[in-house]
Design a protein around this ligand. Structure first.
Ligand SMILES: *[C@@H]1O[C@H](CO)[C@@H](O)[C@H](O)[C@H]1NC(C)=O
Ligand SMILES: *[C@@H]1O[C@H](CO)[C@@H](O)[C@H](O)[C@H]1NC(C)=O
Ligand SMILES: *[C@@H]1O[C@H](CO)[C@@H](O)[C@H](O)[C@H]1NC(C)=O
Ligand SMILES: *[C@@H]1O[C@H](CO)[C@@H](O)[C@H](O)[C@H]1NC(C)=O
Length: 367
């Protein structure tokens, strides 16, 4: 599998070059350690081009979901955190990294699966492998089940293919990618249709359908809260690539359930800006206060983002102009007045001198 993914991503790179210059050497292409037949490369290249758009759409939807889930948190899924590639020098191995990997990989699998059910790909359609079989009391499999196996297979090629290393970080990313894909499967829902005399529903046909992506995001957010830190033997890890240390690392990972997210490093508190780590800090962030219908998590956002980071909560009155007192005049004009309305918004601003107490609190672990 590993070898396959490597070839697939290499071919991805080749395909891009391929467009402009012929890369053939006596009908053979060098792709890393393997020489592939020209026909094989054409085949892989076509496959690559077929799926690559869906893969980036999927990764993007994962990131949008990440932004939603972390909207009122100190770390709010900044673009800089989203480089999945192992070549990224900002690569960290925190709890947040684990979520980014899981949600992106889920997004890719989700989109590919959807595409498949929608008939966007020639070589793939609904999963009807169980159709006709009895599924349970009063129902049989039927209809169009989403083909998650397809989505899983292709997303794995693309997303896991980015991890070329064999170190603990690579293993962590692969583990969390897998957890993301499992979440998509885990959240699938059985949907049924009634049959029988005049809708008596004496028999139903049922199929498995993808959940809303939001639900998968909510589920993975809980997994994020429960993520496990793996303690690696630092000395051994630094000692390098000895077969012995690799075996120990692999063993450590194999002791964790695939459904659980894992990380290796503690997170910074995300209050402070640190450009070299790609962190923006919370200064200037908006937070919520005083709204009638806020969840407890939202209601605490000003404290979390500003006060506990040694920042002031700044109140800003913002004037918004809306259409109001609209009158419909025969025929056919709507006349409205401009109504000015003042809304109050809250922002974190100005680092004030931290009291010793605050400083101590901020040094503690996140959350
Ligand atoms: C797959 O679905 C996404 C989003 O629904 C869409 O943007 C993309 O074009 C689809 N891919 C293909 C090959 O139709
Ligand atoms: C940013 O983070 C790096 C790595 O943790 C650290 O060495 C550096 O001092 C930090 N910079 C600032 C301005 O805090
Ligand atoms: C308040 O929140 C509840 C549940 O989240 C929602 O159903 C309701 O529509 C909200 N009300 C307003 C005024 O936003
Ligand atoms: C904060 O702690 C330092 C020593 O750690 C002390 O000198 C200083 O007076 C303290 N400031 C306040 C406001 O307590």
């Amino acid at each position: 599998m590993k070898r396959n993914t490597f070839i697939f991503t290499t071919v991805g790179l080749c395909c891009a070059i391929f467009d402009t210059s012929a890369w053939s050497v006596n009908n053979f292409l060098m792709t890393g350690p393997k020489v592939l037949e020209f026909q094989t490369v054409i085949f892989l290249c076509k496959a690559y081009l077929t799926y690559s758009t869906s893969v980036s759409v999927g990764a993007h939807s994962g990131i949008e979901e990440c932004k939603h889930q972390f909207n009122w948190e100190r770390w709010n899924c900044p673009e800089s955190a989203l480089q999945l590639s192992t070549h990224n020098r900002l690569r960290s191995a925190t709890r947040e990294t684990s979520f980014v990997h899981a949600i992106s990989s889920a997004g890719v699998m989700y989109t590919l699966t959807r595409n498949c059910s929608m008939g966007d790909f020639d070589n793939c359609g609904c999963d009807d492998s169980r159709n006709g079989r009895v599924g349970g009391r009063g129902w049989v499999w039927g209809g169009c089940s989403d083909n998650v196996e397809f989505g899983e297979r292709i997303s794995k090629l693309f997303v896991d293919g980015l991890e070329t290393g064999q170190d603990a970080r690579a293993l962590m990313n692969l583990h969390n990618n897998e957890a993301g894909r499992l979440a998509v499967k885990e959240m699938m829902k059985r949907t049924c249709k009634c049959h029988g005399v005049s809708g008596s529903c004496s028999i139903q046909t049922c199929w498995l359908q993808l959940a809303e992506f939001r639900e998968i995001g909510n589920y993975l957010k809980i997994k994020y809260d429960q993520a496990q830190k793996l303690e690696m033997d630092k000395r051994r890890m630094r000692a390098g690539n000895s077969a012995d240390s690799r075996r120990t690392t692999v063993e450590t990972f194999s002791n964790v359930l695939t459904t659980e997210l894992v990380f290796l490093e503690d997170s910074p508190n995300y209050c402070m800006r640190n450009a070299s780590l790609g962190l923006h800090g919370t200064e200037g962030r908006e937070c919520l206060q005083g709204g009638k219908n806020l969840s407890q998590w939202e209601r605490r956002s000003c404290r979390r983002l500003c006060t506990e980071c040694g920042l002031r909560i700044e109140e800003r009155k913002i004037e918004v102009v809306t259409n109001c007192h609209c009158k419909f005049r025969w025929c056919c004009v709507v006349n409205c007045l401009d109504c000015k309305q003042t809304v109050t918004k809250y922002y974190c601003s100005g680092r004030r001198a931290m009291s010793n107490k605050t400083r101590r609190r901020n040094r503690g672990p996140k959350r």
